[in-house]
Design a protein around this ligand. Structure first.
Ligand SMILES: [Zn+2]
Length: 343
């Protein structure tokens, strides 16, 4: 639905040109034109979003699916996706949502008001509302309104994001957002360019730090390891070092297995041994909770006590969990485990 956008400025009154400052592409958009993401249009010097409330995908699913492992384990979330993206990831698994003809795809979506979203979450006993599937920044105005409504109703909120929004955008979400699941595709500019067609990455990292430090969000990091693209130990070690220094050693890091898809269908799936080696590397670097993802039943998906090393939460197939956590502590040695847990 057409809705006036947030975070833009008219930069030339004589020709009604605007600059969008929602994401780091910071598109300059002439009258009648769209931004890079195609979800925003300049009409006579005013920027509008085309996708406000247009829900393309909806499910009620566990928090483990996001994945967030130290944030209300086992809880159910109303999870929403819209259309469009500000990245162009060659191996994107959500191509039909992210890289579709936005104007056309919007016609196939269902409009849901923020009130309707919150009502549905409550009716289904959800812990909260999560924006995922496509990049949530694309329908920022809607995400913000849904989160404000959710907070009034004492629901939790969560975002699964590429982190490429501007600092202004993150700060507007700040007080309404609880869980920040950040996809970090690499630590080298070159990797981001090859994987996602992006040429500015500093903000992705500074937003991650701000989410944690300024806004006290629960932050977890996900890295999908694509062989030959972001799989070198040097690059992954840099990510581990950044997490340790900026987010803290107790920040969970998910190393997930890549599966060939889209333009990357010739790339091999990530070898299991590589994931295991990088998990060991990250733990040697001092991170306490490093997980292996997309290999169902792998012991690297369980949460272990950092002190006595015994498993506390076991993650089985189909997102089933066996949770032995005792009020946020290890049941064996009583060590405090980092995260947010429902008692
Ligand atoms: Zn223990």
């Amino acid at each position: 639905m057409m809705h006036e956008a947030l975070l833009w400025k008219r930069i030339d009154d004589s020709v009604a040109t605007v600059r969008c400052s929602l994401c780091m592409r910071r598109c300059v958009i002439e009258n009648g034109q769209f931004g890079w993401c195609a979800t925003r249009i300049n009409q006579n010097g005013t920027l509008y979003t085309l996708t406000y409330g247009n829900v393309a995908q909806l499910s009620i699913s566990t928090i483990e699916k996001k994945p967030l492992y130290h944030f209300f384990p086992g809880s159910m979330w109303l999870s929403l996706g819209g259309v469009g993206c500000n990245f162009k990831c060659h191996g994107c698994q959500a191509w039909d949502l992210s890289h579709c003809d936005v104007k056309k795809k919007v016609q196939e979506t269902t409009y849901m008001s923020p009130q309707a979203v919150v009502k549905k979450a409550k009716q289904n006993g959800c812990q909260g509302v999560c924006f995922t599937y496509n990049e949530p920044t694309m329908w920022f105005e809607y995400v913000l309104d849904v989160f404000k409504t959710a907070k009034q109703e004492k629901l939790s909120t969560c975002l699964v994001t590429n982190g490429f929004m501007t600092a202004q955008a993150l700060n507007m979400l700040g007080e309404y957002l609880d869980g920040y699941c950040l996809d970090v595709k690499g630590s080298f500019m070159e990797s981001y360019t090859r994987i996602a067609d992006v040429s500015e990455i500093n903000t992705i990292f500074s937003n991650g730090s701000e989410a944690k430090r300024r806004w006290a969000m629960h932050v977890e990091i996900v890295t999908n390891i694509i062989p030959g693209y972001n799989s070198s130990e040097k690059e992954l070690k840099e990510i581990a070092t950044w997490i340790f220094a900026e987010l803290g050693k107790d920040t969970p890091w998910h190393l997930t297995r890549f599966f060939p898809y889209g333009d990357f269908k010739e790339v091999a799936p990530t070898p299991q041994a590589l994931l295991e080696n990088m998990r060991n590397m990250a733990m040697r670097e001092g991170l306490l909770y490093v997980y292996i993802g997309n290999i169902p039943g792998h012991p690297g998906a369980h949460t272990y006590c950092q002190k006595c090393k015994k498993p506390i939460i076991k993650r089985l197939e189909y997102d089933e969990i066996e949770n032995r956590m005792a009020q946020g502590h290890c049941p064996h040695c009583k060590t405090l485990i980092f995260g947010r847990f429902a008692f």
